[in-house]
Design a protein around this ligand. Structure first.
Ligand code: AMP
Length: 301
């Protein structure tokens, strides 16, 4: 069964059909050994579409671990600020459905904004603390939009597992905390960042970059790898690490720094001294395009 569905109701009937197929032993689950198949495991890959290898790596991982793989493609208006790129965000549903299917996705859930947000929608999910720094500081309201829509996707799609990328490390931590705090019965699985051959993290927004900006973009990865090397080599002062990253980024003439922070991987708060595992995260603007990336590093000894 491979389908594009646009409403919660259509998704539910697709899921029912898949569960019935699974329970009957058809569609891959064999009863040759006389063992009844367990309940179908549903994997969800939430995306905003304009798919690249990063998204598809999540889909393939879900395919290898789940019976039914659903990918949502929804450019969620509530996670964009008023000055952000909601209108211009790249979209190509036809291609998305084709490449998602190749990666093993069973159902693409592509709701309209009206389907997801009924008139008078007034209920929000807010994860406190973890959303104060990094992207939360520079994009007010962003994570409220993310956690609200992901909660709604969990409610509609009823996944057993949901797959997120570590490029958006803060998002993954926030969602894991939300699922725990709200007793959402879903396992949050965080997968590695897929990169272009020059190290640039894949992102739908890379499509905005002019050729000159694209040529400068790998500086973000280079700067973060240097931070990793420096911490692994014994640097314990986050100020020194941040200054070196900012210095490296300044070499790209079109880049302006949004933030560079060294934070604890448990609460995402800035740390005074690098004593345990830290997340070094950065966001830059290259012209009109905002890029983020990060490394997780543990100091030696
Ligand atoms: P987006 O469509 O940008 O909202 O991303 C949807 C999901 O794909 C999120 O969980 C992202 O973290 C993940 N993702 C985006 N870029 C990458 C990448 N380069 N490698 C792995 N996962 C990614």
């Amino acid at each position: 069964m491979r389908r594009l569905v646009r409403t919660a109701r259509a998704y539910r009937s697709a899921q029912e059909a898949s569960r019935a197929t699974h329970a009957s032993g058809a569609g891959g689950s064999s009863r040759a050994d006389g063992v009844e198949p367990g309940p179908a495991v549903v994997g969800l890959v939430p995306t905003m579409g304009f798919l690249h290898e990063g998204h598809l790596s999540l889909a393939r991982r879900a395919r290898s671990e789940c019976d039914l793989v659903v990918m949502s493609v929804f450019v969620n208006p509530t996670q964009f600020g008023p000055e952000e790129d909601l209108e211009s965000y790249p979209r190509d549903l036809g291609r998305d459905v084709a490449v998602a299917e190749e990666a093993g996705v069973d159902v693409v859930f592509h709701p309209s904004a009206a389907e997801m947000y009924a008139p008078g929608h007034a209920t929000w999910v807010d994860v406190e603390g973890l959303t104060e720094h990094l992207c939360g500081a520079s994009r007010p309201g962003h994570f409220r939009g993310v956690t609200t829509v992901v909660s709604k996707l969990f409610a509609v799609c009823e996944p057993d597992r949901a797959y997120f990328g570590s490029k958006d490390a803060q998002q993954a931590l926030v969602i894991r905390r939300m699922a725990r705090d709200l007793d959402q019965a879903v396992e949050v699985i965080v997968c590695p960042t897929m990169r272009e051959s020059d190290g640039l993290a894949m992102s739908s927004r890379n499509a905005y970059l002019t050729p000159a900006e694209r040529a400068q973009a790998p500086v973000l990865r280079r700067a973060l790898v240097e931070a990793e090397v420096s911490i692994s080599g014994g640097e314990r002062d986050p100020r020194v690490v941040v200054a070196a990253v900012v210095g490296r980024l300044a070499e790209a003439p079109s880049a302006s720094v949004d933030y560079v922070e060294v934070v604890s991987t448990t609460d995402l708060r800035p740390t005074d001294r690098i004593d345990g595992e830290v997340l070094v995260a950065a966001a830059i603007r290259l012209g009109a395009t905002r890029l983020i990336d990060n490394v997780v590093v543990s100091p030696p000894g």
